[in-house]
Design a protein around this ligand. Sequence first.
Ligand code: NCD
Ligand code: ZN
Length: 429
Amino acid sequence: MGTWIVNGKMLDGDNRLVNKNILIENGMITSITEPKEGPDNQSDGHERIDAKGQLIAPGLIDMHVHLREPGFEHKETIATGTRSAARGGFTTIACMPNTRPVIDTPETVRYILDKAETEGVVRVLPYGCITDNQLGRELTDFEALKDAGVFAFTDDGVGVQSAQMMKDAMAKAAELGMPIVAHCEDNTLVVGAPVNEGAFSRKHGLKGIPNESEAIHVGRDILLAEATGVHYHVCHVSTEQSVRLIRQAKQLGIKVTAEVCPHHLLLSDEDIPGLDANWKMNPPLRSPRDVQACIKGIEDGTIDIVVTDHAPHSEEEKAKGMQAAPFGIVGFETAFPLLYTHFVLKGKWTLQFLLDRMTVKPAEVFGLSWGTLQEGAAADLTLIDLDTEKEVNPAEFLSKGRNTPFTGWKLKGWPTRTIVAGQVVWSEA
Ligand SMILES: NC(=O)N[C@@H](CC(=O)O)C(=O)O
Ligand SMILES: [Zn+2]
């Protein structure tokens, strides 16, 4: 027996919402029909899910998340992190390797894949480390990690400091046809700084993280990508200079792609209310000028995709204050409503534009088979209520993390039901 999703609306590829019914059988979409030909006047023995006029979107894809397991289960686990993802409408997520141990051996890759299989509710794609222990000294065994199931390499959490090490990594990854995904940060430029170098850091007498600490790696790596021919993907772009460098590289035909987080599109360091570590993340909130450059970057295609950089930490850790608390904010359960409310409903982006950057484009960038709704595709989909306004309430999060700067924001575009391979993995109470 299959399941019909009835009374839903789909985008038609041209930003028009059209009424469609979708039949799911054996984890696949087997039929997409006009409602009149559909199940309502048929007794075909299939189950029904009433979408109540809501949007049926492809399951969202998030290529940059921290699940914290193994090693930091007090912050998040694969069980809680994937449920949080599902509540945010995500059906596929790619988890960063800065766990303990880090993901630098086939054993750890298998541990994560096993846990995701038995305890997770969405698809989990593990990244493998570029260097052993993320120390930047020796490359990991790329072949062995690839065979164990990683889809790309990154040392996210830290930048690869040595240009030679990065070049060797790129050459090896290129040989294997795998992407290098880079957290861009030159440590010599950021010693001990908790926030952006700018108005906020000066006002509070804090050290600042300058734009160059990110952009210098972007520039270096673009040259190395050109030399090695690797697919180079830039993590969480936050500065005007990085956007400029990536735009030029794309014009030159260098294989570079990039991602941006909702918070870097919506907040600047001028919005930080005070010394509250729920506003502390890496890269930090930059100047309004950088925010505008990131928006321009995604709008003109320089930046390809949206990711959350979901980075849960415990309340105790975040209570240590701006200087001592760890970097990172949670992202799954606010990402889509934030961007829908602040870009689509304000008429800056079409719904199609936003959805593409959270579904089709990430699939395209990383060669994944999910992200579209069509007959024959996996039945990964998300129902989204585009009309009901609700406040962001961290107490409702399924993540263990409550660390968000968006508490109390009034948003529309809340996911109501998330389906992975035909199974409902989360639904609004
Ligand atoms: N993005 C963050 O602010 N934090 C990340 C690590 C990182 O990407 O720097 C984390 O693991 O907490
Ligand atoms: Zn990072």
